[in-house]
Every structure is written in C-alpha cells, then in structure tokens.
Ligand binder design. Structure first.
Ligand SMILES: N[C@@H](CCC(=O)N[C@@H](CS)C(=O)NCC(=O)O)C(=O)O
Length: 232
C-alpha cells in the first residue's frame, strides 16, 4: 500500500490530482468512487469528503510530526497540499506563489463550475433549456478569452508550468463538450498542445481509460443519483 490514497473517478476534477501525482512521480493508490452508483454518498466517503464529491486524498504519512493521516477534499486544495508538500509546481517566492494561486482559484471558482453547468444543460438536463445552456456556454467563452489574453504574455498561466495549468488542462480537454472551439483561442490552443506533449498528461489520460466514467447519455436511474437536489 502506498502512503497516498486518491478517491477518484475519471472526470475533469478527478484528472487534476492524477496529473500532479504523475508529474511528481510519487506512488499512490486509486480508490475508485462510482459516482453513477452513488458511492460518493457512503458513510465512509462522507467522512473524507463531506461535500460528497470526488476527488479526495488521504495522506497516511504526512511527515509533519503528527501521527495521524491528513485527509483533503476539493481538487484545488489537493493540488495545493501535494505541491506544497513536495515543493514542486508551486514556487516558494510569495509573488510567484500568488500568481499560481490566483489562476488556481480562478479555475476552481470559475472555469470548472461554468463548464460543469454547461455540460449539465447541454448533455444531461431532461429538457432543453436554451437560456441556461447558452448562458453557461457564453460564460465559458468569456473565461477562455481571459486565459487566451493571459497566454499572449506567458507560455503558462503563471510564469512557469504549475498546478494552475494542471487544473485548467483538465477542463480544457473537454472543450468540445462546452462548445468551445480552440481555433477561436490561438494562445489557449498553443498552451494546450504544449501540455498534451507531457508524458504525465498521456499517463493521466491512460489511467482514466481504465475506469468507467459518467456516460455521455445517462439513464433515469443515474440522473436520480447525480442530479437530485437533496440527498438524505
Ligand atoms: N469543487 C469540487 C467539485 C468536485 C466535483 O464536482 N466532482 C464531481 C465530479 S467532476 C462529483 O464528484 N460529482 C458527483 C456528484 O455530483 O454527485 C472540486 O473542485 O473538487
């Protein structure tokens, strides 16, 4: 057993910690959470991830002088925890670090939720609500323009390749699902093509292929698990 256990499903938020772990080259075990079946609502997972979402991480050997595991939920917090612990992909210098953190926060509060809602209304909603899907597609377009503008000045979102790029890559890889064409964002396309050449990105894709993700068409049963407003 490795010191790190990643609670995972092959979704954009799930890819993020895999990519970082692959970049770091540290050992980890994957605990697959079948979100279509409702594993995220189990009592044991609720202790690790009170938001009932993947990903989550348990570090059984945090090496911080305290003899207890560290448990982390929220993809951004997991990226921060691992990058900070291993001293990679997150600079120590305060100005450089906040540059990474601002793009990481931008991703977890903006691109992820907006693209996620676009996916929902385009692909999963039981009825077509044009206003909702267009609202989220337009917001995705705005957000892609923001990073396109940033990537005119810099090869990466911060000065160097960092956890902010990893967080954004995992959603940009689904650009067609939120109806974005990378031809409209030449700098995002250049950045994306550069990241696609990284061996850790290829391994992340390969790992994802080994697990069943959320199907592009979901059954009523799965819709009930994933999209019912209140769970007891
Ligand atoms: N803000 C969270 C979002 C996590 C999230 O939405 N995870 C999705 C998969 S991408 C999930 O677990 N969905 C299960 C559900 O909706 O019940 C993060 O960044 O970790």
């Amino acid at each position: 057993m490795n010191d790190l256990t990643l609670y995972y499903n092959p979704t954009p938020n799930g890819h993020k910690p895999v990519l970082l772990l692959e970049e770091l080259g540290v050992g980890y075990d994957i605990h697959y959470i079948d979100i279509q079946r409702g594993d995220q609502f189990s009592k044991t997972f609720d202790v690790i991830s009170p938001n009932n979402r993947i990903p989550a991480l348990v570090d059984h050997a945090p090496n911080d002088g305290i003899d207890a595991p560290v448990s982390v939920f929220e993809s951004g917090a997991i990226l921060y925890y691992l990058a900070d612990k291993h001293g990679q992909f997150l600079p120590l210098d305060r100005r450089a670090r906040i540059e990474v953190m601002q793009w990481l926060f931008w991703q977890v509060s903006g691109l992820g939720p907006m693209a996620g809602q676009a996916h929902h209304f385009i692909h999963y909603a039981p009825e077509n609500i044009e206003y909702a899907s267009q609202r989220y597609v337009m917001e995705c377009a705005r957000l892609y323009s923001v990073i396109d503008k940033r990537l005119v000045q810099s090869a990466y979102l911060a000065d160097e390749y960092s956890i902010a790029d990893m967080a954004c890559w995992s959603w940009v890889m689904r650009h067609h699902r939120h109806q974005q064409d990378l031809a409209d964002y030449p700098n995002v396309k250049r950045w994306y093509d550069t990241l696609e050449q990284r061996p850790a990105v290829a391994r992340t894709r390969q790992i994802a292929e080994g697990y069943a993700g959320v199907a592009s068409e979901v059954s009523d049963e799965v819709r009930q698990v994933l999209f019912t407003p209140v769970k007891k």
